[in-house]
Each structure stands twice: as C-alpha cells, then as structure tokens.
Ligand binder design. Structure first.
Ligand code: PLP
Ligand code: COI
Length: 355
C-alpha cells in the first residue's frame, strides 16, 4: 500500500466544453501522479500534484538511450455516475514485463493500480460523459540519471498523466485502411517488441509516414526476419475472421500482448467461435481476401477499442474487406466490450473496477 500525498491545484484549468471534439491525447487534466526511485532506497514519495512541466538535466538517460516504459488504459463514466477502469491489473502486469526487459525496477502491481486510481479519483470530474469519450490514462517510467554511458539508470520517475479523449482515429468507428508494410520492420524476436516502450514507436514512424502519405491510417507489420508473417498494427493487435474462424497472430515475443486482444478472444471463445492463435502468412491473407473467405478484419486496442478494417494494401494489391462496412462480429464485439467498460452490460468476468 502506498501512502500517497495529495496536493491539489490552486489554479484549476477550464474543462473542455460539453460536446466539443476532444481528439486523442491533446488535453491534460489538473493533476498527475509522481513517484521517485533510487537504487538502495526503492520507490518513494508517491504523490498526486498539480500537472506541470518537470525539470530534467539534458543528460538524463531517457533522452539518450530510451530507457522508458509506458502503459495505456482508460477511465469510463457510467450512466450511473460511477467511474470504471477495465482490467487495470493487466496493465500493471504488462508494465512489469516491460520493466523487466528494460532493466527498470519493478513496481508492485497493487501500487501501480493504486496510483492510477488515486490520480483518476482526484481528477474524476475530468472524465468526459459523451458517448465514445473517456479519460485516457498514461502511466510511464523514465530513466533520470545524468550520465552518458550506456547502462541501466539508478534513478527513475514513475508518472501517471490523464487526457480526456475521443476516438483514436479521426474517422471514429468507421472502417480504417491499413497498409501492409513490406520494407521496414518494427521488431524481432529477442528484441523489445513485446514491451511497451518508446523505441518500438520510434521504429514505426517512417513506415507510418509512408502509409499516411498513401492515404492509409496505420501500418500492419510483417515479421522482422522473413517479412512473411502478420504481426500487429501500429497501435493495435489484428484479428481476422476467415471461413467463420477467428484467426490472430500468436504472442511470439515480437508483438504487444494486448489486453483488448485477450478480452476479445475470451468473448469469441465463449460465444462458440473456434479461435486460432498462430502464424498467418501474408500470402494466406491475400488468398483469403481474393477467394472471398476473409470475412472480417478488425484491430483491438485500448485507444482503438475494436476498430473495423475496411481496406488492406499489400504491394500493388488493394483489397476491400467484405462490403467495406463494419462486420457483424466486429460490431458485436465493440458493443460488448464498450458495454462492459461503460457499465452498461453485465460483467461476468470481473473485468470492471470502480474508482
Ligand atoms: N499493439 C500495439 C503496438 C499497441 O500500441 C497497442 C496499444 O496499447 C496494442 C497492440 C493493444 O494493446 P491493448 O489492447 O492492451 O491496449
Ligand atoms: C493504447 O492503445 O493505449 C496505446 O498506447 C496506443 C497508442 C496511442 C500508442
């Protein structure tokens, strides 16, 4: 249990007006959670303080070698006025899997969840109410030693910041176009692909710019060795419905183990679908698209929720999925997941927590 000190702002900011478009990740609330780490001392001074700039030496290690971890989850405002989190203990677990890979000290899972709840509680009036909006929560750790040698830092900052947000894609729930990248790769087995850390996203930018320039929302990555097997999308895992079966890349060490992916697969299995977590080659996908057995494609992610994919591009081939609209299963999963998240549906798995 953390003994969290709370210092409230004397200058609260104006909140976004009701109904104003929020976009994703532009607006920040009045407070943030901060906790320090020093080797030999452990994590100390947990606090919720006014959101403000932080001061770091230009020599801080995070600026040079990218030793950092981040997470992403959301707080949802229910019609009953309650504020809900969705499986935050899974984010705490994954944070520590990333921490371990990056030589960042472990944060006890219950402390991680307590920190998230503490800052959301202080800023609970910032959780937006309009349909499809939520408070995006960004916990992260950065290495703060002032040192230019390559080594694990001995000091860190753990922070949690909050951003009232709308849909991740400007198009909302409308189907997105995805660019299957055949030149750049994101991650390889043995690397940091399964960790949630800035370097993976830095590695993704060049391909994302290419995809955007080509008129596509995001990149679908192929494996880093053969450039043959489907991995995941820039900010979401990818799921296919092929001949009635649910098929998705197995967690192989180079993709992020998504919490939405885990939840969606559980629902599909419980609804009686056959679910295959395995290797899927891009050739298999192209063939399924051409012979009409590729029935639905969707991405899963905290920011992206369940996002229908309407169009895929691979080299010179562009194929529409189904009729280019939202697939039946995609819509049903979106309704079920968001229904649980917003407290509108029963929660048989105990995924929802109240703040
Ligand atoms: N893959 C990547 C690269 C991501 O950035 C995300 C988003 O967090 C996901 C997958 C989906 O993970 P989750 O469902 O836990 O948000
Ligand atoms: C999330 O879904 O939480 C993400 O982190 C996606 C992206 C904004 C990096």
């Amino acid at each position: 249990m953390l003994n969290i000190r709370i210092e409230k702002t004397q200058n609260p900011k104006a909140k976004p007006e009701k109904g104003a478009p929020l976009g994703f990740g532009h607006i920040f609330t009045d407070h943030m959670f901060v906790m320090n780490y020093e080797e030999g001392k452990g994590w100390f001074d947990p606090r919720v303080v006014p959101f403000e700039n932080i001061s770091l030496s230009p020599a801080s290690m995070v600026f040079h070698y990218g030793q950092e971890m981040f997470e992403g989850l959301k707080a949802y405002k229910g019609e009953d006025g309650q504020i809900y989190l969705f499986r935050p203990e899974m984010n705490a677990k994954r944070a520590n899997a990333s921490n371990e890979r990056l030589c960042i000290p472990e944060i006890p899972e219950e402390d991680f969840v307590q920190a998230v709840k503490a800052v959301v509680d202080v800023d609970r009036d910032w959780v937006p109410e309009e349909a499809g909006t939520s408070l995006y929560i960004r916990p992260f750790v950065i290495a703060t030693d002032n040192f230019l040698g390559v080594a694990p830092s001995k000091t860190y900052l753990f922070m949690v910041i909050l951003s009232p947000s709308g849909a991740y894609y400007a198009s909302g729930l409308a189907p997105v176009g995805i660019w299957i990248e055949d030149e750049y790769v994101r991650a390889v087995k043995g690397g940091i692909g399964y960790a949630k850390t800035g370097g993976n996203y830095a590695a993704s930018l060049a391909a994302q710019v290419k995809a955007h320039d080509g008129g596509y929302s995001q990149v679908l990555w192929l494996d880093g060795v053969e450039r043959k097997y489907i991995e995941e999308v820039g900010a979401m895992n990818i799921v296919f419905k092929i001949s009635g079966k649910i098929v998705t890349p197995a967690l192989n060490g180079s993709i992020l183990p998504g919490i939405t992916r885990n939840s969606v697969l559980k629902l599909c299995r419980d609804w009686g679908y056959e679910v295959e977590e395995r290797k899927i080659s891009v050739d298999e996908l192209v063939e399924a698209a051409h012979n009409g057995t590729l029935e639905e494609v969707f991405g899963t992610g905290t920011a992206a929720v369940v996002s229908p994919v309407g169009k895929l591009r691979y080299k010179d081939d562009v194929f529409a999925i189904g009729d280019g609209g939202i697939g039946e299963l995609t819509q049903k999963l979106y309704d079920e997941i968001t229904g649980i998240q917003w407290g509108k549906k029963a929660d048989p798995y105990g995924w929802r927590q109240t703040v």
